[in-house]
Design a protein around this ligand. Structure first.
Ligand code: HEM
Length: 246
């Protein structure tokens, strides 16, 4: 039997979504790798200069990650149908209807196709966005407090400097021009951001693994070309997907 003839292609992910996805994958993996080395820098015997270099590279890659994320957040308001927050966040009447149909299909052991994310995947993607945003916000604060990089670096420099004249002398891992009490105050302010950034790394790593498992399971159940759709933008279905236009 020629099964190919009964398959129909549907355009799902626009170009912007696909670029966002792969830039995000590459930048997050790179940030995780450099972050892991920073986390274990003591055990690895890395010098202060080495740490500054690692953190600087971490921050440069992070700028790409943050800009890409900001673009995606904006695209969620102005982009194509399945890139919009209304099609992603697990809220609203259409989500509830899809969830009911999805639960029924699970109980009956029948796979039901979705052009966009299925209801479970909406939760997954929402949690991923929450964690990516958390990492971006805490990371930008750390970039400012730790190595005085933009956008907040000059603000933190002026916080810890002995006087406005010594601000330009303030450098990472050096106490030249620094007021000790102000520096301690700034480090206390920074501490919860560092903790959330560190815990966020583990939570994000767990979510990435769950995301991959979800994609593999859905691909095996529904066989819609989920993975190749992130390259081509198109999924294939043998039956009309539940969220297709009439
Ligand atoms: C998904 C995104 C990110 C991941 C997975 C990640 C991961 C990590 C990890 C594992 C560490 C080591 C934490 C520790 O030593 O306890 C770290 C440190 C750091 N991250 Fe990120 N990061 C991300 C995004 C960012 C962003 C957006 C920025 C800033 C623009 C940033 C700036 C920093 C800085 C400055 C440090 C050094 C903090 C310190 O050791 O004091 N990170 N990151």
């Amino acid at each position: 039997m020629n099964t190919k003839s009964s398959l129909q292609e549907y355009r799902v992910w626009d170009r912007s979504i696909r670029w966002f996805h792969w830039i995000n994958v590459l930048s997050v993996l790179t940030l995780m790798a450099i972050g892991l080395v920073i986390m274990n820098s003591k055990a690895l015997g890395i010098t202060d200069e080495g740490k500054i270099l690692l953190k600087t590279w971490h921050v440069y890659v992070a700028y790409v990650f943050v800009l890409n994320l900001v673009w995606r957040i904006v695209w969620g308001f102005v982009g194509s149908r399945f890139s919009r927050w209304g099609a992603i966040l697990p809220i609203g009447e259409n989500y509830k209807q899809q969830r009911r149909a999805f639960m029924t299909s699970l109980k009956q052991g029948k796979a039901v196709g979705f052009m966009g994310h299925n209801p479970l995947a909406r939760w997954m993607v929402t949690m991923l966005f929450v964690m990516l945003t958390t990492m971006a916000v805490t990371g930008l604060v750390l970039a400012g407090t730790d190595i005085y990089k933009p956008p907040f670096g000059s603000y933190f420099k002026s916080w810890v400097a002995e006087s406005p004249e010594t601000e330009s002398l303030v450098q990472p891992y050096s106490d030249t021009g620094v007021n000790e009490a102000a520096y301690k105050e700034m480090r206390d302010f920074r501490s919860p951001f560092k903790e959330v950034h560190e815990i966020g790394f583990f939570v994000l790593a767990a979510l990435v693994i769950l995301h991959l498992l979800g994609v593999i399971i859905t691909e095996c159940r529904e066989r819609n070309g989920l993975v190749s759709a992130m390259f081509t933008g198109r999924k294939v279905f043998s039956h009309k997907p539940l969220d297709a236009d009439d």
